[in-house]
Write a protein that binds this ligand. Sequence first.
Ligand code: G3P
Ligand code: CA
Length: 240
Amino acid sequence: MTLIFAHRGSSGTFPENTMDAFFAAEKSRADGIELDVQLTKDGEVVVIHDETVDRTTNGKGFVKDYSFSELKKLNAHSLFTSIEHTEIPSLREVFEWMSGNRLLCNVELKTGIIAYPMLEEKVIQLIHEYGFQDRIIISSFNHYSIIHSYRLDPEIEIAPLYSNGLYMPWVYAKSLHAKGIHPHIRITPDSIIIAAMKEGIAVRPYTINKEEMMKRLFSVGCSALITDFPEKAYELRIRI
Ligand code: G3P
Ligand code: CA
């Protein structure tokens, strides 16, 4: 069965990377959530996509220049102002909530622009604290970050994110000790999905919002898809 990961939570219907979006993902019966992490100046792992707070909150400036308590005062509703108030969650808050459900979680390390000191160590430590080793997939466009995570704990699954074509990506994945790949859908024809899965490599393309594309991935038996609209994906999957 093709698993459904809610991209930044149910971000098509709620403010991305907020608890509202994660609650909605659970309600829509997604199998997992995807979220992005950055680090505050006092070392808290926080869930936000951009390096700055400008696009998604009522604040301005870099996440790395805020303390966690300062960040908590911002309103993260910017993309859905119909919601009165919602906060930037910490990864700890998300894990605390996950203690009460069975969702999987794809943690994307946003280390492509800013080199956050000890981000990988902090994420792995939290995973251990909650005993989530078998519920987490760590991904990143920065493949050094996932290699570093693997070295910290080889039991936790890693997966490279990429948006440019790779020749035989399963070979590359294996060289990183990754058990899965997270390619952009544009470079993910059925032939790549079938070949990678035959080689034992899970394929979880992003970001699948169109019905036809969801249907194609369900039909080919792709390992998972990452979508802003988990509810729509779930409704389609039960009909296939
Ligand atoms: O995990 C897939 C996707 O989240 C990667 O791109 O920019 O949405 O974080 P982005
Ligand atoms: Ca992401």
